[in-house]
Design a protein around this ligand. Structure first.
Ligand code: PMP
Length: 426
């Protein structure tokens, strides 16, 4: 049988000689049978170096909410490229972008920009510590808030608080209390008057696309306020994706600080921490050092302004469409796979979803840990052979570029891939 990944394999072999691990981000290494090497992307489709075409549900790990290479973003970026790539100084677009964020995100009164979600979270924690004069941070088991030392513990895949990485400063990890999410009693016990920040994904997408239980975010809001702690919503995934104003708009709970990334930049690397003016004051009055050569880079800022404008212009149509596509996608994954004998379970919140292979519903993080992750990775591999690209861990993202014909292609692919995937536990 011919090998459809011949050039991807050759590229991986070549990369390993000079690029540590052969991939630029460790998450990419788990793709079977080999990390796919892509050549181009447009709309909902990707093409790899072997000329295979895929319907893409990975979407750059989330940023491509408008699809790959969306024209309004490209147009804005081209215009900016002609004017200058970066000045390391003020430019008109940074205020314009901050205004757009403050206009669209309910909690945002002041913003500060960085380049990645991890940096945005790092800044948010530092701001919370400076604003409260406290050190302890409460985060949630299985939530992912970036890879920096002060927060990278109890990450997706871990069953209890553990360091997220070798080389981590034990003192940084020791300052974090890891709490089970969606558990009102555990939250009440964890949030005390020594807590600087409570940080959570307001919809726990990274560990299984779990929605908050009714009243849970309100409880977090109340407990944080009572304890004088800063409530941070890590909306790096949910921002601009679940609604124009993110999960805080969808669920009607306003945090003190919000971290945005991914979809904010329309595919370009930019992130923001934004929130209450009196909390963000520690940045404004320079008690907190918030710096970075590329902060609010004009090319990235132009892309973000274009992405937000596009979403603002079309919000009434786009968000119901994303919800509808997400629901249909989840339903066809479940239906077609189960018809083929593979017990696929999908949790879905708007255009973010998470697939598992499990013979029972996956309603908690413990259920997620109990699912057959190895079988899902093999299912993801079988999907590649049928022209569908998904994140092997289970995440599924839809974009505004996905069309009915993509759904139909996906339906046939899921049926065939499921037939080839036997759920054998390792
Ligand atoms: N927070 C959340 C909720 C995320 O999903 C991610 C990235 N997957 C991050 C923070 C970190 O963002 P980045 O990879 O851009 O550093």
């Amino acid at each position: 049988m011919s090998d459809m990944f011949l050039r991807s394999r050759a590229q991986f072999d070549r990369a390993r000689n000079s690029l540590a691990g052969g991939v630029a981000t460790a998450f990419r290494a788990v793709q079977e049978p080999v990390p796919i090497c892509f050549r181009s992307g447009h709309g909902a489709r990707l093409w790899d170096v072997d000329d295979n075409e895929y319907v893409d549900y990975a979407l750059g790990f989330g940023p491509m909410l408008l699809g790959h290479s969306p024209e309004p973003v490209l147009e804005a970026v081209r215009r900016q490229l002609e004017r200058g790539i970066g000045f390391g100084a003020s430019h008109e677009l940074e205020a314009e972008l901050a205004e757009a964020v403050c206009r669209t995100v309910p909690s945002a009164e002041l913003c500060a920009f960085s380049s990645s979600g991890s940096e945005g979270v790092h800044a948010a924690i530092r701001i919370a510590r400076a604003a409260t004069g406290r050190n302890r941070v409460v985060k949630f088991l299985g939530h992912y808030d970036g890879w920096f030392d002060p927060i990278h513990v109890g990450v997706p895949g871990q069953a209890c608080k553990q360091p997220g990485t070798g080389g981590q400063d034990p003192a940084a990890a020791a300052a974090v209390t890891v709490c089970p999410w969606n558990d009102p009693d555990a939250l009440a016990a964890a949030v005390d008057t020594d807590v600087a920040a409570v940080i959570m994904e307001p919809a726990a997408v990274n560990c299984g696309a779990f929605a908050p239980r009714p009243g849970y975010l309100q409880q977090a809001r109340q407990l944080a306020s009572q304890a004088g702690a800063v409530l941070i919503f890590d909306e790096v995934i949910t921002g601009y994706r679940l609604a124009l104003g993110g999960a805080q708009q969808l669920y009607g709970v306003t945090p003190d600080l919000t971290v945005l990334g991914k979809a904010l930049g329309g595919g370009f690397p930019i992130s923001a921490v934004c929130g209450r003016a009196d909390v963000m004051a520690v940045v404004a009055d320079r008690r907190v050092s918030h710096v970075g050569t590329f902060n609010a880079n004009p090319v990235c800022a132009s892309a973000a302004i274009a992405a937000i404008s596009e979403l603002e212009r079309s919000a009434e149509v786009v968000y119901p469409r994303l919800e509808s596509y997400g629901a249909q996608l989840a339903e066809l994954f479940r239906g077609e796979a189960q018809a083929a004998g593979l017990p696929v379970v999908v949790n879905q919140i708007g255009s973010a979803a998470y697939g598992f292979i499990s013979d029972k519903p996956v309603s908690t993080y413990a259920d997620a840990l109990d699912s057959d992750a190895g079988a899902y990775r093999r299912f993801a591999r079988a999907l590649l052979a049928e022209g569908v690209h998904v994140i092997p861990r289970g995440l599924l993202y839809a974009s505004t570029a996905h069309q009915d014909e993509d759904l139909e292609l996906t339906r046939a692919a899921v049926r065939k891939a499921a037939l080839k995937t036997a759920p054998v536990r390792h």
